[in-house]
Write a protein of this length. Structure first.
Length: 364
């Protein structure tokens, strides 16, 4: 005849002289096991996905991104079920998202941040690697990385054309800056035509000089405390109003940029911009992994891009399998006074008998 767990607990408490020692040892063993597990494997079974709200995406697109993120995570980590999902919340920073996630019961969060823009028939990105030496227009080895990316894009979509736009900061002679930026744009175009074999008619090179100051989006503004917010234009007047020389130089650097605009003859919705993925430990407010990619593509390719980001982030850690069974480690909890915890794990299981198929299913 099986015996009620409550009775076992009561008998041990009344009659065993080593009861307290048993509890202490059990607690120590469990604590050490938990600590070791924390460093060996991440327990992501209580996980949320969060898309920061930069005001650049519609609700339907945001929902698509979050769903893609959720699907990829659940595919990659066995038996995990995402607990919560957030988008269009008004939060555009990790701090804001962290405070909101504190109101949930999740331990970790995959946070996706993007400055993707989408317009029917076009997409835009800033190429961070097309950098030039001072007063020079030669393509550097770093610049070739972005040009190779553009080569792949143009090969993949033979019906698209691109505009290569080069920009300078507001210092110096305006006419000279326009000429310099045109030479730089031409250098990038010539590389694509002569080295990559792209048809010249598919590429337009324009040097804007200092005539189009950068308009900062919400995602970028969050990285600079001297920029009030998304929509701020880095004009000469704004930069000169900044308090320190370091702030002014940072703003000038943002204006010195190369941008690519994609145009489609078929009118598809091309997405373009940067996508940043981080895995955050909410208990300690630590960013455990973070990766960023530049993306131009169609909506149905977003999930593939999200999958690349998730795989890069999770490849840096080992993870527990969610929803696994339990073994002998549960016995000290039950006998050591942890009946309430045990009961919470499996409501209604009160008897010791056959090994209970007590899946601690964290992910339902």
């Amino acid at each position: 005849m099986s015996m009620n767990v409550r009775k076992v607990h009561k008998i041990l408490k009344q009659k065993s002289p080593i009861y307290k020692l048993f509890i202490n040892l059990s607690t120590l063993i469990l604590a050490l096991g938990t600590l070791k597990a924390q460093y060996d494997e991440l327990d992501l079974c209580r996980t949320a996905v969060y898309l920061l709200d930069n005001g650049n995406l519609s609700e339907s697109v945001s929902k698509t991104l979050v769903k893609s993120l959720e699907n990829v995570i659940e595919d990659e980590i066995k038996r995990l079920k995402v607990k919560d999902r957030f988008y269009n919340t008004g939060c555009n920073s990790e701090d804001c998202a962290g405070k909101e996630l504190d109101q949930t019961k999740v331990n970790f969060a995959f946070i996706l941040n993007s400055d993707l823009s989408v317009t029917p028939g076009r997409g835009e990105i800033v190429l961070t690697n097309i950098l030039y030496d001072f007063n020079d227009d030669k393509i550097t080895s770093q610049a070739e990385l972005d040009l190779l990316y553009l080569t792949g894009l143009l090969d993949k979509y033979p019906h698209i054309t691109i505009e290569l736009g080069s920009h300078t900061d507001s210092r110096g002679n305006p006419a000279y800056n326009t000429q310099l930026s045109q030479r730089r744009a031409n250098s990038a175009k010539n590389w694509l035509v002569n080295r990559a074999g792209i048809e010249e008619s598919r590429i337009t090179a324009i040097g804007y000089g200092m005539n189009k100051p950068k308009t900062v989006n919400t995602r970028l503004a969050a990285n600079y405390d001297f920029i009030p917010g998304g929509g701020t234009q880095l004009t000469k007047e704004f930069i000169e109003s900044l308090a320190t020389q370091a702030q002014q130089e940072a703003a000038h650097q943002l204006n010195r940029r190369s941008e690519v605009t994609v145009f489609s003859s078929k009118g598809e919705r091309f997405f373009g911009g940067a996508m940043d993925m981080m895995l955050m430990d909410l208990s300690y407010k630590l960013v455990l992994s973070e990766h960023t990619y530049t993306f131009i593509g169609l909506e149905n390719e977003l999930e593939d891009q999200v999958a690349i980001l998730v795989n890069d982030v999770i490849s840096e850690w080992n993870y527990k399998e969610c929803g696994g069974g339990f073994g002998f480690w549960l016995i000290p909890i039950v006998l050591g006074g942890g009946y309430a915890a045990y009961e919470n794990l499996k409501e209604g299981t009160e008897e010791i008998g056959a090994p209970p198929a007590l899946p601690i299913d964290c992910c339902k």
